[in-house]
Design a protein around this ligand. Structure first.
Ligand code: HEM
Length: 171
């Protein structure tokens, strides 16, 4: 999305429209009067709890600014870039929103699996439901890595147990 030099929103692409519709309830927790069909033409101050804060960041923006934020149940990343004209004047700001909710949930799942593995527990399996593409493949790979290691450790325990029993018999 693009805001002009006075911070009026002058452009929204399809994917940001989709994102605001999908996340309307989450944005609503911070902005009670939020309506995803009424963004174009509004000043960005309308959407910000402390508008002086955003203006201060954008006023001094010379390079890419990125911030991860909790919005309702979602984790959103905002990436803002200044639009500078040939005379070096800042004439607007372009902003991209990314919904990182699914990624962050998977990062947390993987963290808990790695934590358990570091304690010697390879029995954890991560859910495959609602995962597609890269995350589905990654989860499948980690699950089989953990279950293969778990099975190998169980085999090792059986073998060591049998060797121990045999030693006792021969003693
Ligand atoms: C081109 C338009 C926009 C610009 C340039 C902009 C800029 C920013 C920036 C720089 C931040 C990060 C502040 C920080 O680091 O703490 C931010 C936060 C935020 N923005 Fe925007 N924004 C825009 C449009 C919108 C719209 C349309 C919404 C509502 C759906 C929105 C809602 C929020 C919320 C909820 C936060 C975090 C909480 C807060 O600081 O109020 N923004 N915005």
């Amino acid at each position: 999305m693009i805001a002009d030099g006075d911070y009026n929103i002058i452009y929204l692409n399809r994917s940001s429209e989709h994102l605001f519709h999908d996340a309307r309830e989450d944005f609503g927790t911070l902005i009670p009067q939020f309506n995803p069909d009424k963004i174009l033409g509004k000043n960005i101050d309308f959407f910000h709890q402390n508008s002086a804060h955003q203006r201060n960041i954008l006023e001094h923006l010379e390079k890419t600014y990125t911030k991860e934020m909790q919005i309702g149940n979602r984790v959103m990343v905002i990436t803002a870039n200044p639009i500078i004209d040939l005379d070096g004047e800042r004439i607007g700001t372009v902003v991209e929103w990314t919904d990182r909710t699914a990624e962050v949930a998977i990062e947390r799942e993987i963290d808990s699996m790695v934590e358990a593995a570091s304690q010697g527990d390879f029995s954890t399996q991560l859910p495959l439901e609602n995962k597609t593409g890269f995350f589905h493949n990654l989860t499948q790979g980690l699950n089989s890595l953990a279950s293969n290691t778990d099975a190998a450790l169980a085999d090792m325990q059986r073998i060591l147990g049998a060797m121990h029993a045999a030693t006792l018999l021969n003693a």
